[in-house]
Design a protein around this ligand. Structure first.
Ligand code: PLP
Length: 413
């Protein structure tokens, strides 16, 4: 018939049943629609530094431009030699003693591609991966897409969002394959203590788990804090270290990321063969982006200027946190890394039932775009994530609108 009633509906695959990535979900689609209608939206939703005027260091752009003629063809599937060597040097300069060579480094189209590749190589149906709660949701999505099960361990807000070791231990089963550690953390901005990292490593040793350390914010640090790469703390666990230039060098669009394998590689040759095969299948990562890596690793570390006391990101962090904590019923811990915070909405003051609807109200009423806490696999509708990348003026504007929104909600409840 012509009315379509007999047409087969084209459905998405069952594999996507438990896969979700709300950072670019319905809220963003609504915001895009509002923008298309000519409205101005204050975007505190995505960790993409360049559009906020946080420019890439000039030497990086120059380097990529100069190398463009060399970067036209495919590269080695794991990436160009000089970039991989620079990655090794980076970890060695931070105290890595375990034996590594360029064969242990895989370059990817951002950390994102390497996360998906890892889970595809690692997981059989039903295998479990311990992932922090809240998390950067790609880890959960990639686990579930690969047929695995994301099992979330709690990070304690009362303890500056440090991972809860007892909760990790209680969630290990015979199916657990690995533990994901995101440090500094997205969305909480927490920086983990060495003591906590060592305790996680102990658990991994005891249960023969691999560690996946997402350290993409390791150079976005405040208050003179220091980051310890997990790979420098152990030889007795297989550690996969993930990092890239999207945040530290504000070149998210170049898709320059890497993963390094270190520690207990002896029994992992079959898994590593799988990873290498998947790397070959996608041919290689964006080659112009690979050419940024060597200069970035050894060169000028401009992020420090932004995060030091006089720096733009430092000031924006101070503003965001103090204004949030001044709103009745909102409380927020001080992030020590990255450019996010994850404020709590007191349910006694704002009994939110559906936090996405709540953020949708904020968008429609005040033109401020943020992501709801459950989008980060948080298990209650009582948090949201704020990205403090916008400049002071826009942040002030956004905070004024938040004040007004929450004041109105207090009257409604
Ligand atoms: N990991 C974390 C914790 C992130 O926050 C992000 C991006 O926001 C990524 C990985 C992915 O970054 P990319 O694919 O640009 O390297």
């Amino acid at each position: 018939t012509m009315d379509g009633s007999s047409m087969t509906l084209l459905k998405k695959s069952d594999k996507l049943q438990n896969v979700c990535y709300d950072i670019r979900g319905p809220l963003l689609q609504t915001a895009n629609k509002m923008e298309a209608e000519g409205q101005r939206i204050l975007k505190l939703n995505i960790g993409n530094p360049a559009p906020f005027g946080l420019h890439a260091p000039h030497e990086i752009l120059r380097d990529v431009a100069l190398n463009l003629p060399e970067a036209i063809g495919y590269s080695d599937s794991q990436g160009i030699f000089a970039a991989r060597k620079a990655v090794l040097h980076y970890y060695q300069s931070k105290g890595l003693h375990s034996a590594v060579n360029v064969g242990d480094v895989y370059l990817g189209n951002g950390v994102s591609e390497l996360i998906v590749m890892t889970m595809q190589a690692l997981l059989n149906d039903g295998d479990e991966v311990l992932i922090p709660m809240p998390d950067y949701p790609l880890w959960t999505a990639a686990t579930n897409l690969a047929g695995g099960t994301a099992v979330h361990y709690r990070c304690n807000e009362d303890d500056n969002w440090q991972p809860d070791i007892e909760d990790i231990k209680s969630k290990i089963t015979s199916k657990t394959k690995g533990i994901v550690v995101i440090n500094p953390n997205n969305p909480t901005g927490a920086l983990y203590s060495d003591d906590i990292l060592k305790q996680i490593i102990e658990v991994a040793i005891q249960h023969d788990l691999i560690i996946m350390a997402d350290e993409i914010y390791d150079r976005v640090l405040y208050d003179n804090t220091v980051h310890t790469p997990m790979c420098t703390l152990t030889d007795d666990v297989l550690v996969l270290s993930y990092n890239g230039l999207s945040k530290s060098h504000r070149i998210a669009g170049f898709r320059a990321g890497w993963m390094m394998l270190s520690g207990k590689k002896q029994h992992a040759s079959d898994f590593i063969e799988g990873l290498t095969m998947l790397a070959s299948m996608r041919l290689c990562s964006n080659v112009p982006g690979q050419y940024a890596i060597q200069t970035a690793m050894g060169g000028y570390q401009s992020m420090k200027e932004l995060t030091s006391e006089k720096g733009r990101l430092h000031k924006q962090r101070e503003l965001a946190i103090s204004r949030l904590n001044a709103i009745p019923g909102i409380s927020c811990t001080m992030p020590q890394g990255a450019f996010y915070c994850f404020p709590k909405i007191d349910p006694a003051v704002y009994p939110v039932k559906n936090d996405m609807d709540f953020m949708m109200d904020l968008l429609l009423e005040e033109n401020v775009l943020m992501v709801q806490g459950t989008g980060f696999n948080w298990d209650a509708p009582d948090h949201f994530r704020l990205v403090f990348l916008p400049n002071m003026q826009d942040l002030e504007d956004a905070m004024d609108r938040l004040d007004r929104f929450f004041a109105k909600k207090r009257l409604q409840y």
